[in-house]
Design a binder for this molecule. Structure first.
Ligand SMILES: [Zn+2]
Length: 149
């Protein structure tokens, strides 16, 4: 736990929250500044700033809980769908430095606009360089996946 982290303090029970789900790994509660009724957050109980630091088992569990929670919210607030959004890093819009997955119920014409622009690569070589750089850094993971297959 980080003493100055508001989400760690919610996990510790030091700050109240409208809890929706809790188990040994994750906690889900209503966002205090909802963009729609039922807007919830799923957080790991352990403090991680970045999703890149979270053990795969916990990350997978966060997604599983978020999916179930989204399903529950569809009925609870009579939504028609939901978005799962994780903003990683300040530049991406992460405000609280304890990683969190937003579950945002959606309603027809609710006015929420997600990023929708498109950019172009300068040429095929630039795109191939991006692919090669990612492959290099993902190599350890894909090798372990191949061993499991
Ligand atoms: Zn924290």
């Amino acid at each position: 736990m980080k003493d100055n982290c508001v989400f760690c303090r919610i996990v510790a029970g030091e700050i109240p929250a409208a809890k929706l789900y809790e188990d040994e790994q994750v906690l889900a509660f209503l966002d205090i500044a909802p963009v729609n009724r039922g807007h919830a957050l799923v957080i790991p109980k352990r403090h991680f700033f970045s999703v890149t630091e979270i053990p795969a088992e916990t990350a997978g569990h966060m997604l599983a809980v978020a999916g179930r929670l989204g399903g529950a919210l569809l009925r609870a607030v009579d939504a028609d769908g939901f978005n799962l959004i994780l903003s990683n890093g300040t530049v991406a819009g992460q405000v609280v430095p304890h990683t969190h997955l937003h579950v945002i119920p959606r309603f027809p014409e609710d006015g929420i606009v997600l990023p929708s622009r498109h950019v172009e690569y300068a040429d095929a070589a630039e795109k191939e360089a991006v692919v090669a750089a990612v492959h290099k850094r993902m190599a350890r993971h894909s090798e372990s996946m191949e061993r499991e297959a």
